[in-house]
Design a protein around this ligand. Structure first.
Ligand code: CP
Ligand code: NVA
Length: 318
């Protein structure tokens, strides 16, 4: 086992605690997760069986590739067991309450990861669960993604404090979670969104106030050129999130000027990288040239999901 790999695990402010959003987590917990995630990444596949005997339920009420595989692979590498459960295969899909599901799962597993639609579903699960609940994406938030995003940017540029990341497109769950993690780490996040598709103003205001204390901040503009000026990372995500399907055509029209392409990246800081949480829609929010080109940090970003979430679980359950 690489020496010192699990130093500081579990973090006292994370042990036994749910991750719904990072908004109420102390800033040092994000740094602790990112530091451990880096050590896990650097250790290659030589991970200790620190989750041996632990079981994590993963409930997916929406499709997933990265979240499911990264949690399952990370837990397996740490010697633990995961149960990936499709919502429709559970009695939850036939009307059993979230409360009763939470009570039963709490008797059998050590943590529950939930991907669902309304964030309120996650809060309801957490209210009734006796074990930590982790947000595997809600319509409003995607905090596990934001951990991997921050890890990726920090690895490229050495620090987050004062570094600008532009988020171009829909002010969605990934945008909100990036702003929150940015606020805790001092990374400045500037979103460029068309009118009517901005992130929740309450989250922007909170992230700006919290971020400014650490050399960062959060802001929303309409012009992508303005957002990417000075940005070291340029992030985009689908224009049509899960749950937005009925608005797909209208959204494609609204977001037409918000594509991350080489011309937009040329206006960012020299050496800027492109980020995308994936899945990508090439020719819509990002071009093939950028996604698969030399300025893409997207594949590291996807890999870091496994490292960041393994680190989160170790600090939570360790
Ligand atoms: N980025 C992300 O959460 O991907 P999946 O929907 O594949 O889990
Ligand atoms: N914003 C996207 C992220 C997918 C990982 C969605 O919610 O569908």
């Amino acid at each position: 086992m690489p020496e010192g790999l699990l130093a500081g695990v579990p973090h006292p402010a994370l042990r036994g605690r749910s991750l719904l959003t990072q908004q109420h987590h102390p800033p040092e917990t994000v740094v602790a997760i990112l530091d451990l995630a880096d050590r896990l990444r650097d250790a290659g596949s030589r991970w200790p069986p620190a989750l041996a005997g632990r079981v994590v339920a993963l409930i997916f009420e929406r499709p997933s590739t990265r979240t499911r595989v990264s949690f399952e692979a990370g837990i397996a590498r740490l010697g633990g067991a995961s149960l990936a459960l499709a919502g429709r295969d559970l009695q939850l899909g036939r009307g059993e309450t979230i409360e009763d599901t939470a009570r039963v799962l709490s008797r059998m597993v050590d943590a529950v990861v939930l991907r669902t639609g309304p964030h309120e579903n996650l809060l309801e699960l957490d209210r009734h669960a006796d074990v930590p609940v982790i947000n595997g994406l809600t319509y409003e938030h995607h905090p596990c993604q934001a951990l991997a995003d921050a890890q990726t940017v920090r690895a490229r540029f050495g620090e987050l404090r004062g570094l600008r990341t532009a988020f171009v497109g829909d002010g969605n769950n990934c945008c909100a979670s990036l702003m929150i993690v940015g606020a805790l780490t001092g990374m400045e996040v500037v979103a460029a969104c068309p009118p009517g598709h901005e992130p929740d103003p309450a989250i922007v205001a909170w992230a700006d106030a919290a971020g400014r204390e650490r050399g960062g901040g959060a802001a929303v503009v309409a012009d992508p050129h303005e957002a990417v000026a000075g940005a070291r990372a340029v992030y985009t995500d689908t224009w049509v999130s899960m749950g937005d399907e009925e608005e797909a055509e209208q959204r494609r029209r609204a977001f037409a000027g918000y594509q991350v392409n080489d011309a937009l990246l040329d206006r960012a800081a020299p050496g800027a990288v492109a980020l995308h949480c994936l899945p990508a829609h090439q020719g819509e929010e990002i071009t093939d040239e950028v996604l698969h080109g030399p300025r893409s940090a997207v594949w590291d970003q996807a890999e870091n999901r496994m490292h960041a979430q393994a680190a989160l679980l170790l600090h939570t359950l360790g």
